[in-house]
Design a protein around this ligand. Structure first.
Ligand code: FES
Ligand code: FES
Length: 150
């Protein structure tokens, strides 16, 4: 079975097994290694991507469900967006494991709530775990990005 999937605007055809995790397809077949594996169980958000605009944990999504779907990974976000600038300025870019998922979750949040309250920012990022430095700077970065046009 050939599966067609659009990733960051480019459509690919793959004959990978339908039970291949989207996370593995991105990393191993497309070499898009910005999407990270943390828990591998849907608990940490390190592997988060947008699937047809909706935030999902790619470790839980089998390729077989994705024929015709559009995926955005961290490589598909503009490197100079207001969000990226704000993460850099506010010190929200803390480690390489959680940051890609945080950025994707923040993108989904800002698409839904362009001017989020702190409670909405917390709720939007509550599926993304940081086990080290904490969330203060990340929340600040998202709030700053909301104030700034792209
Ligand atoms: S690696 Fe997918 S949620 Fe943790
Ligand atoms: S896990 Fe990445 S900054 Fe904490």
């Amino acid at each position: 079975m050939t599966i067609h999937i659009t990733v960051n605007g480019t459509t690919h055809a793959t004959a990978s097994a339908p039970d291949t995790r989207l996370l593995d397809y991105l990393r191993e077949e497309l070499h898009l290694t910005g999407t990270k594996e943390g828990c591998g169980e849907g608990e940490c958000g390190a592997c988060a991507v947008l699937l047809d605009g909706v935030l999902v944990n790619s470790c839980l999504v089998p390729l077989g469900q994705l024929d015709g779907a559009a995926v955005t990974s961290i490589e598909g976000l503009p490197p100079d967006s207001a969000l990226a600038r704000a993460f850099g300025r506010a010190g929200g870019t803390q480690c390489g494991i959680c940051t890609p998922g945080m950025m994707l979750a923040a993108t989904a949040l800002l698409n839904e709530h362009p001017r989020p309250t702190l409670a909405q920012i917390r709720a939007g990022l509550d599926g993304n775990l940081c086990r080290c430095t904490g969330y203060t700077r990340i929340y600040a970065a998202v709030a700053e990005a909301a104030e700034e046009p792209d």
